[in-house]
Ligand binder design. Structure first.
Ligand code: NDP
Ligand code: 8X3
Length: 252
């Protein structure tokens, strides 16, 4: 029987690449996100490239009632989740704190922190019952460092970093491993979302150097998810070769 992985934010970027990578390597997938059309396309792609089974669930991680209902109503077989990838997340804006937009702050905190907690709260009991599981949280270099205009986004990723370490302790008696992947700059829709659809600004973020691809993070996830049971990869900080810190990027 294939292992089952649930990936949040699978409708684009890193989550989508992770779903494809795990499917190529024999996992069945529960793919979650808000954009149903993207999930439909991904479902078809996975069916085309692998023999994996796919369950697509339309889900806004900010809504606890919706998260709880979705997880509780999974068909019994799909409740045997072996790997949870808490990936759904976003940055919105780069305003300095004194000009910050409260709605942007709410979206980041509600998605990156509360959404991750809601999904974990509903999935982890399924794992503790089976005394096995792996949870991988997608954090960021922004969870290790701060940079100008990163204030609240960095705060949410620092929170996820701390929550990850807390989860690891709480879930230790239940034989559940908890890992985090902290990427530097990855070229996805991330910057387009951050700059609210401004393609010029988004493109500038990745100009003059080779950023990571979503597939690089998927490779990292696959490595973590295929270690033997006695090995836990606690945290991986992964950067483009041209990036040394959140603020130091070697552009041509
Ligand atoms: P994308 O914008 O390409 O993808 C973000 C994903 O999150 C989408 O699938 C989106 O789906 C989903 N998402 C956003 N809000 C919600 C929500 N409320 N409910 C459910 N799903 C949601 O960005 P990335 O792939 O780059 O980002 C993935 C993760 O990686 C994020 O946590 C981000 O912070 C982190 N990260 C990204 C880096 C980068 O440079 N790209 C670097 C470090 C970390 P939909 O809109 O359909 O709901
Ligand atoms: C995304 C990477 O550097 O924009 O987490 O914060 S960064």
């Amino acid at each position: 029987m294939n292992k089952i992985a649930l990936i949040t934010g699978a409708s684009a970027g890193i989550g989508e690449a992770c779903a494809i990578k795990l499917a190529e390597n024999g996992f069945d997938l529960i793919i979650a996100g808000r954009r149903e059309k993207n999930l439909e396309k991904l479902t078809q792609k996975i069916k085309d490239i692998s023999k994996s089974e796919v369950l697509s669930v339309c889900l806004d991680v900010r809504n606890f009632t919706e998260v709880e209902k979705t997880i509780n109503s999974l068909p019994e077989k799909w409740k045997n989740i072996d790997v949870l990838v808490n990936n759904a997340g976003l940055a919105v804006g780069v305003s300095p704190i004194e000009q910050g937009i409260v709605d942007d702050w709410d979206r980041m905190i509600d998605t990156n922190v509360k959404g991750l907690l809601y999904v974990t709260r509903c999935v982890s009991p399924l794992m503790t019952k089976r005394k096995k599981g792996l949870i991988v949280n997608i954090t960021s270099v922004a969870g290790k460092e701060v940079y100008p205009g990163g204030n609240v986004y960095c705060g949410t990723k620092h929170a996820v970093d701390a929550i990850t370490r807390g989860m690891r302790i709480d879930l230790l008696p239940h034989n559940i491993r908890v890992s985090s992947i902290a990427p530097g700059m990855v070229e996805t829709e991330f910057s387009l979302v951050r700059f609210k659809g401004d393609e010029n600004k988004a493109d500038q973020v990745y100009e003059g150097f080779k950023p990571l691809k979503a597939e690089d993070i998927a490779d990292t996830l696959l490595f973590i998810a295929t270690r033997p049971d006695h090995v836990s990869i606690n945290d991986i900080l992964i950067m483009p070769s041209a990036q040394a810190s959140a603020r130091d990027v070697n552009r041509n």
